[in-house]
Design a protein around this ligand. Structure first.
Ligand SMILES: [Ca+2]
Length: 243
């Protein structure tokens, strides 16, 4: 008996059902990739991280591009969602917020975790010029999946030396890991980073924390194309208790 080996038809011009199957396979691969990256456990159901975004303060892409060799091309499309395990929550409001900037009061720092992301005068927290960080003590170790930063986004400005690090201790000496670093020329002296600089927008900057386990989170910056100061409206940190 002759067995005839069937070859698949060429993949271009897929009928709708095959397209759907292709999408399902892609989603499966995405989940598998997430699992392999250590982002979630095998039993975890992954869902898109839903963020409450403030209204945009300007429309369209900026015309005046700063002369930076490391600038991400701005997009006018919504950011693709990040998949995270179902049930992660924003840990920032319950955290203790401190800063390297000597001018900030505790009451002022609470504005960074109060849920309001509007870049109004009252809602914007200004840290001194130079490299400054915010530090969030989550109170215990958590598995972290996203850190989202809203600087002032009242105009299309680019912040410099945006760095996100996590650690096991408040002094950032133990098990320090860098989740994002766009300080391409190491002007903040924490090591040169390979992430791109970007225009602020109402979407904020979503940093994938990939399940990093940590109690402490720091977000750094060193002024912007608009100001030497470091202006924040909100930071969110998504995770769940270490499992
Ligand atoms: Ca706020």
């Amino acid at each position: 008996m002759n067995s005839v080996r069937k070859t698949s038809p060429p993949d271009f011009q897929l009928p709708p059902r095959r397209k759907l199957r292709g999408l399902a396979v892609a989603a499966g691969l995405l989940t598998l990739t997430a699992l392999l990256a250590g982002r979630a456990g095998a039993a975890d159901e992954l869902v898109p991280l839903v963020l409450k975004l403030p209204a945009p303060m300007f429309i369209g892409t900026p015309k005046d591009m700063p002369a930076s060799p490391n600038l991400e091309k701005p997009s006018d499309k919504p950011r693709p969602p990040l998949l995270v395990p179902k049930g992660v929550s924003n840990l920032a409001p319950a955290s203790t917020v401190t800063t390297s900037s000597t001018n900030a009061t505790a009451a002022n720092l609470r504005k960074i975790v109060d849920g309001s992301k509007e870049p109004s005068d009252a809602g914007t927290v200004m840290l001194r010029k130079g490299t400054q960080f915010l530090q969030f003590d989550l109170g215990a170790a958590y598995d972290l999946f996203a850190v989202v930063i809203w600087h002032s986004h009242d105009s299309p400005k680019v912040y410099h030396d945006v760095i996100v690090r996590v650690a096991d201790d408040a002094e950032f000496k133990t098990n320090v890991r860098t989740l994002f670093n766009n300080d391409f020329d190491d002007s903040s002296h924490l090591g040169a980073g390979t992430d791109r600089e970007y225009f602020e927008s109402h979407e904020g900057r979503l940093v994938d924390a990939k399940g990093a386990r940590a109690r402490y989170v720091r977000t750094y910056s060193k002024g912007s194309t608009d100001s030497a100061l470091n202006e924040y409206t909100e930071v969110e940190i998504y995770g769940r208790p270490a499992q």
